[in-house]
Ligand binder design. Sequence first.
Ligand SMILES: [Zn+2]
Ligand SMILES: [Zn+2]
Length: 327
Amino acid sequence: MKAMVLHNVRTPLIFERRPLPMPGAGEMRVAVEACAVCRTDLHVVDGDLPHPRLPVIPGHEIVGRVDALGSGVRGRELGERVGIPWLGHTCGRCPYCVSGRENLCDEPLFTGYTRDGGFASHVIADAAYCFSMPDDGDPVSLAPLLCAGVIGWRSLVAAGSGMRIGIYGFGAAAHIIAQVCIRQGRLIFAFTRPGDGAAQEFARSLGAVWAGGSDETPPKRLDAAIIFAPVGDLVPVALRAVRKGGRVVCGGIHMSDIPGFPYQLLWEERQIVSVANLTRQDAFDFLAIVPEAQIRTQTKHYPLEAANEALDDLRSGRLQGAAVLVP
Ligand SMILES: [Zn+2]
Ligand SMILES: [Zn+2]
């Protein structure tokens, strides 16, 4: 198999050829058709997240075909298309797992972080954490749904049912969730890096009623704001933009420090909440609405060997939509 491997954080991924791995009990091997590049991959590579298992193959938005089945796997067939997300395994016994919050499991494994992921031609996955994917869709278009889509969905659910939704950081997750909101009849206010006219135009082209820089005040108070950009400075900015009782959802796995701010911004029952990981139910719920919401993902695809270039493009904010690797 071919893989792009992280040996040490803050160093480029290295191309390697390895023997094909064999799936263990309850696992399957999947031949990767496409793997999207998530900001979390960047945080793994850049050393922002503690204790990655090194060396590791990053990548957790994987679409591929079942290539080999381990013992005890039921309900899957060779050649079937599946999706593999960030949540790679949970213990099933801890207080979080038994109360429907497996996203907070005490002993989890995460794809592309603490187990090998999809920046490769093949990947081994726990079969219980894979999802059926449409057989006829384009794998490059489907791949970003598995994290940008699912975590974006969890963030949107956390934001509540308000009409006016602000999104700070208009990247892969935002461009999917904006489409969901608009189909639900809600209004999207898109905040980009100040002066990024191209990103603002992109947001408007997807149906945002307003797009501007994160330093701008929206024309109306927001019911909720979701922050996808890894920028702690945006927390007080977003609090200032939401109405009384409004909520600010931090959707990323890592953020720069949040600066001090006057209590006045939080008062009147505004809330700040974070979203961590996903449950399998999040993925079932989100993937079920994808066909009717007619979500179109904007992607730029790269050969597997260009994974470092894709990561650089994401880091520099040059991308619109999602980067996707094709082995
Ligand atoms: Zn658990
Ligand atoms: Zn992700």
